[in-house]
Write a protein that binds this ligand. Sequence first.
Ligand code: PXP
Length: 244
Amino acid sequence: MPKLGVNIDHVATLRQARYKTVLGGMAPEPDPVKAAVLCENAGCHSIVCHLREDRRHINDRDLQILRRIVKTKLNLEMSVAPSIVKIAKKIKPDQATLVPEKRREITTEGGLNVVKSPAKIKHVVKDLKSSGIVVSLFIDPDKKQIKASKKTGAEFVEFHTGRYANAANDNVAKKELEILKDAAKTAIKLKLKVNMGHGLNYINVKDIAAIGGVYELNIGHSIIARAVFNGLDEAVREMLSLTR
Ligand code: PXP
């Protein structure tokens, strides 16, 4: 049974739609910090957030408070940019998930290309590990990327489930599910721990949760979307019951 990490970036996205800056000491709504508390109370196993270089949703204030109040595990999604690595080493999240970052994307598109830049990624993994941070690499479910990830010294890989989640029809989804299953087997054989995430929702999560040996699923959009109507507590509990 995989654990559930809730990505709270989407709460900050809603806040930023109205408030671009923190006004004179007040915390504009909705506050991702409050979301983290509610998600933990509902039983999630970790809180995931992404401090982007452009601070388009989560900001430095959020991260500082999250570090102090998150009781489960704080998983910081981050690029390998030196300025962000410096912040991560200071804040010390329990885990860092290295992701590619493009300015104009709406959300993380595709996995990190570890095959293309092994030395750069290995250096960042070593740097973060030296600060006691567990490192995960967000990659596509591809054998070459898995093998390259192992060589960086990262303890986890997270497979991008976007191609499965966004499949045009059931046949494509089935094919993508098999690719994810094979990738999980390959990674586990190499003694990498396996997380998965991106585009998972209340309908497509069951088949992913049933893949053997997956450690954690990281889910954001669908949980926060459901929370708009049903409340965050119920949204998290329902997703937890589906992953079981
Ligand atoms: N995992 C990673 C590494 C991500 O970048 C994202 C998107 O922020 C997610 C999981 C969650 O994706 P979604 O919001 O589609 O559930």
